[in-house]
Design a protein around this ligand. Structure first.
Ligand code: HEM
Length: 213
């Protein structure tokens, strides 16, 4: 597995997990008000059953690819930047909350729906909702800070947020449209010497020629 593939796998994991929570919490939840309680609870049972399976897959992808990058690219924890340590810490907090949600509220919610015990099912759903209400902002924070964090660190002169350009370069094997201009802009806010910690080997030859890292 190359670092590029590991990073892509890592991002798929994040998109599946955080995007799924966002769709359920922000879009599906308000729409549930149009249904009667038994229908609503049955719908959520089926939705969670499918989604939680994907969350397990996402967690496996995130952990395998994340630690692969830590060891194969950074040579271990000592070589990884502060944003990786924060991501890892928040990631494990999110995983712990999910494991708790899965083995506690989800299993009792599922049993209550199956036995048509609607008051208990309603209480279980509300506990699941509370845990997702914590995990969703944590996930958004990790995703947001994994892109913006390096840029903020770059302002103090250590690294530069190149992932979107790196991904575009990997996929196209040619300079991404506007890459040079963005590179100049990054250089202008960070100073050329701030670009050293990004893996230039990840970039396509065209992007390397763009010479912003
Ligand atoms: C739990 C253990 C985790 C580890 C060990 C880990 C490790 C890493 C590493 C090594 C990178 C590459 C960073 C770089 O290129 O500078 C990365 C990037 C990324 N991670 Fe994680 N990660 C973890 C959890 C998560 C979670 C839970 C999410 C989101 C839900 C997430 C989202 C991202 C994103 C969006 C990137 C791309 C940003 C970038 O490279 O600039 N990670 N992660």
């Amino acid at each position: 597995m190359t670092t590029a593939v590991a990073l892509a796998v890592h991002i798929f994991g994040a998109v599946i997990w955080v995007g799924g929570m966002f769709a359920i919490y922000v879009c599906l939840r308000p729409a549930l008000g149009t249904l009667d309680p038994p229908q609503r609870l049955r719908l959520m049972r089926v939705t969670f059953q499918k989604f939680f399976l994907w969350v397990w897959v996402a967690i496996l992808l995130l952990l395998a690819s994340g630690y692969w990058i830590v060891f194969m690219r950074f040579g271990g924890f000592a070589g990884a930047g502060l944003h990786i340590h924060l991501m890892q810490m928040t990631g494990w907090l999110m995983i712990a909350l999910f494991v708790w949600l899965f083995h506690g509220p989800w299993l009792s919610f599922k049993r209550a729906v199956d036995s048509e015990d609607w008051p208990s099912a309603g209480a279980g759903l509300s506990r699941i909702r509370q845990i997702i209400a914590v995990n969703l902002p944590l996930g958004l924070l990790v995703v947001g800070s994994s892109f913006a964090g390096p840029m903020l660190i770059a302002r103090s002169g250590t690294t530069i947020p190149m992932l979107p350009l790196v991904m575009a370069g990997i996929l196209s094997r040619s300079p991404a449209p506007g890459a040079e201009a963005i590179g100049r802009w990054c250089g202008s806010i960070t100073g050329a010497s701030a670009c050293n910690s990004r893996p230039t080997t990840l970039l396509s030859p065209g992007l390397r020629r763009a010479n912003f890292c």
